[in-house]
Write a protein that binds this ligand. Structure first.
Ligand code: UDP
Ligand code: MG
Length: 311
């Protein structure tokens, strides 16, 4: 056995029917590696028997352990919980639904051995990815990269390898609203990319609903950048200057005794100004709510139970 330790972190939410299969696949790969490995499953408050499945596997495989969060904290926090528990010199995070092919793991490790501290992955879409998912994810990255200060790799996934130093650096970030891909890009180090072909979900359905994707997008933008506030400032300026020019126009009409009909222009002004004000206020509100969240300094997650060996 080589001295290098590998931790594999798997966040799972309602994945009871995928875990055994994923573990099988992981095991095949692990057996070909010359490392000592640990596999950490994080049950993110699943409503099904995900944790029972994890416990079952951990009883017969002593390098497998699991933690069960007290409720659903979301994918990003589940990842963090797993990273905090990991102890390997290198840590790989992989989804629990077999969309991230475990066969790619040796490639990630090879890239690490070439000298990269973080090896990200980029998904190459195949026919099984829905048109909607392809489009939304393309827009998502275009939008984030336009608005945020840190470049996020398009079609990236939370399937990556991190060295111990980078995991520690990542864990030293204590923010509550976390957009893992942005933060990983933010910490720097030497980062490489490996491409992989995404599989269709083995079973169950994606829990990234449109609502969760929008939440992730807003998180991604507001936690990585204050550009929206600056855009609000520019919008405000544009409308202020236009308003002043228009005021001169109206006043000159007034003094030259022209009849002002006004209905259309008043309505348009009210609608546009009202809309813009609401928009800007809600952008400010987003940032205020982030400050509120951070100042509460609640723990990022709570653990309900652990697999037997750990407790
Ligand atoms: N996941 C999680 N908590 C959640 C939602 C998802 O831990 O609240 C896990 C899920 O079990 C899977 C991974 O995060 O392993 C990615 O989720 P999903 O497959 O639903 O997203 P998609 O692949 O469709 O983007
Ligand atoms: Mg998935």
């Amino acid at each position: 056995m080589s001295i290098i330790n590998l931790s594999i972190v798997v966040p799972c939410y309602n994945e009871e029917s995928n875990i055994a299969k994923l573990f099988n696949e992981l095991n095949k790969v692990i057996n070909t590696l010359d490392f000592s490995c640990e596999v950490i499953f994080v049950d993110d408050g699943s409503k099904d028997d995900t944790f029972k499945e994890i416990e079952k596997i951990s009883l017969t495989n002593n390098y497998v352990s699991g933690i069960c969060l007290s409720r659903n904290f979301g994918h990003q926090i589940a990842l963090l919980a797993g990273l905090e528990k990991s102890s390997g010199d290198i840590v790989i995070t992989i989804d629990g639904d077999l969309q991230h092919p475990p066969e790619v793991i040796p490639e990630l490790i090879q890239k690490y051995q070439e000298g990269y501290d973080i090896v990200n992955t980029r998904r190459i879409d195949d026919e099984s990815t829905s048109f909607f998912k392809k489009k939304t994810s393309k827009w998502f990255y275009a939008f984030i990269n336009m608005l945020s200060d840190v470049k996020v790799e398009p079609f990236g996934a939370d399937f990556r390898l991190m060295s111990r130093e980078t995991v520690d650096a990542f864990l030293s970030i204590k923010e509550h609203d976390r957009f893992t891909r942005g933060l990983v890009s933010w910490i720097g180090f030497n980062q490489g990319v490996v491409e992989y072909k995404a599989n269709p979900r083995f079973s169950g359905k994606s829990s990234y609903t449109l609502k969760k994707m929008i939440k992730l997008a807003i998180n991604g933008i507001t936690t990585m950048s204050s550009k929206p506030l600056r855009i609000s400032l520019y919008l405000g300026l544009i409308f202020f200057v236009t308003g002043i020019i228009y005021a001169f126009f109206i006043l000159s009409n007034y003094f030259s005794g022209l009849n002002v009909e006004g209905w259309t222009s008043i309505l348009i002004t009210i609608l546009i100004l009202g809309g813009i004000q609401l928009l800007i206020m809600s952008i400010i509100g987003e940032y205020v709510s982030r400050i509120f969240n951070e100042t509460k300094s609640r723990p990022l997650y709570l653990i309900k139970k652990k697999t037997r060996k750990d407790s």
